[in-house]
Design a protein around this ligand. Structure first.
Ligand code: EPZ
Length: 419
């Protein structure tokens, strides 16, 4: 386990270069299993979630070669084996192996624990999609067994525009007999990135990025080269940080369109931004105005930026209201922010209030999940004095080289390994 130590209260300036998207890469790596030949994926972030997925690939017998941000995967000789719980429970995105292995072998067995600190995290919509294509699903004590004589194209309407279900159904459908149409599909940038990867292999997917995706089944998928899209949640996290204590910070290697909802919120808060083709330059204003946040599916305000922006809202003048509509338990970071001197109140599991500006003081706090951890990093960098963040491994799951990136813009931050 690691803990993070931050000496806060310093202005940050310089450049932060954004890495490949965690939530795209964690789908692309399992999707490689669908290919009958070697695939190459570039701009893969060096984060623990990817390491966990490589472990599953190696367990299945795939050949995996990693040089810096480039991963080559040859799964032509993999075996279909039950994926043990100790590996699959390391990250939620292991569930993408369900769609990929079901498509490849017409059978998949894996443990899949539900739940984490942000909510119950059911997978009923994933399973609904597999069953619509003719698969049989049984579950016994978190062990899921999914089999199909063959997978046939189907029309599937998602009750909720679920990212995971959209991608998992796409993976199961690319080699099915006939055409699958997913309606009320998720539209996040990583959906488009995964569909493009599959099309580069020879799949026939259209409509990714809209609420209706059509997948015409094909027989064979061939070798290809693909690149992970820049991480818009990492982008937003550093934009929020710059809005709090940046003195001319530039966030580069980004796609500004992907953070449009955040840009509009920061404008409401009075944050001046210079927006380029692939960069955003931000200096924190003297005074931040309050704003209200309502999380929604893309292109609405991302739930994954709700916790990071909460740290910024503690510095805004007035009362800000957060309405979290996606996850039922995503305010645990507010308790930790209060320990540092913030004034926040969780009214219900979907509504919280933040009153500012508050003077934050460095304290010992605890990360409860990845984005809660990001919220505490931002608060620690704002606060006067030393902040210690326990369970910092959560943060390392989704932010590549965060210590180096922040040190390069003037932060005093380090990681300590504890037993
Ligand atoms: C992905 O989770 C992301 N994770 C999450 O990011 C992100 O918060 C979420 O999408 C929403 O953008 C990855 O991509 C690995 P969903 P996912 O299916 O796919 C309900 C982070 O910090 N639902 O879009 O699990 C669910 O309960 C992580 O990087 C069902 O009811 O999210 C929730 O209310 C945290 N049944 C809503 O949909 C299902 O079968 C959103 O879930 C699936 C989901």
């Amino acid at each position: 386990m690691h803990r993070m130590i931050i000496e806060g209260g310093r202005e940050l300036s310089g450049e932060v270069r954004i890495s490949g998207s965690k939530n795209s890469a964690v789908a692309l790596v399992p999707a490689a299993v669908l290919c009958d030949e070697e695939v190459t994926i570039a701009n893969v972030p060096n984060i623990s979630d990817i390491k966990a997925l490589e472990e599953i690939l190696n367990y299945l017998g795939a050949k995996v070669e990693k040089q810096k941000d480039i991963i080559k995967i040859d799964s032509s000789k993999i075996e279909n084996k039950l994926i043990p719980e100790k590996i699959s429970k390391k990250l939620r995105a292991s569930y993408y192996f369900m769609g990929a292995l079901l498509s490849r072998f017409k059978k998949v067995e894996m443990y899949f624990p539900g739940g984490c600190s942000i909510g119950a995290r059911p997978i009923n919509l994933h399973l609904k999609g597999f069953e619509a294509m003719g698969a049989k699903v049984t579950e016994n004590d978190n062990l899921f067994t999914i089999t199909a004589d063959n997978l046939k194209g189907a029309k599937i309407n998602l009750d909720f525009a679920s990212v995971g279900a959209t991608i998992n159904i796409m993976l199961a459908a690319v080699k099915a007999n006939g055409t699958t149409v997913i309606s009320n599909a998720a539209k996040e940038p990583h959906i488009v990135n995964v569909a493009t990867f599959l099309n580069n292999m020879g799949a026939k997917i259209s409509g990714a990025g809209t609420s209706e995706i059509k997948i015409i089944g094909v027989k064979h998928l061939h070798s290809c080269f693909h690149e992970v899209v820049p991480d818009y949640i990492e982008t937003g996290t550093y934009m929020i940080l710059a809005s709090a204590i940046g003195k001319d910070m530039t966030i580069t290697n980004i796609i500004p369109d992907h953070v449009e909802s955040l840009i509009s919120k920061l404008e409401e808060m009075g944050v001046p931004m210079q927006i380029g083709i692939d960069f955003i330059r931000i200096s924190a204003p003297q005074k931040l105005k309050q704003t209200n946040i309502k999380t929604q599916v893309y292109p609405g305000f991302p739930t994954d930026l709700q916790q990071p922006i909460a740290a910024l809202l503690t510095q805004a003048s007035g009362k800000s209201i957060i309405n979290e509509t996606i996850w039922e338990n995503r305010f645990l970071n507010l308790l930790e922010l209060n320990k540092m001197g913030a004034t926040t109140e969780t009214l219900t599991n979907s509504k919280a209030v933040i009153i500012g500006p508050s003077k934050l003081k460095g304290k010992k706090v605890k990360a409860t999940d990845l984005r809660a951890g990001a919220s505490l990093v931002i608060a620690g960098l704002i606060a006067e004095g030393k902040t210690i963040i326990e369970n910092a491994d959560y943060i390392l799951r989704g932010y590549e080289n965060i210590i180096e990136k922040l040190t390069n813009v003037g932060a005093k931050i380090s990681l300590e390994e504890i037993e």
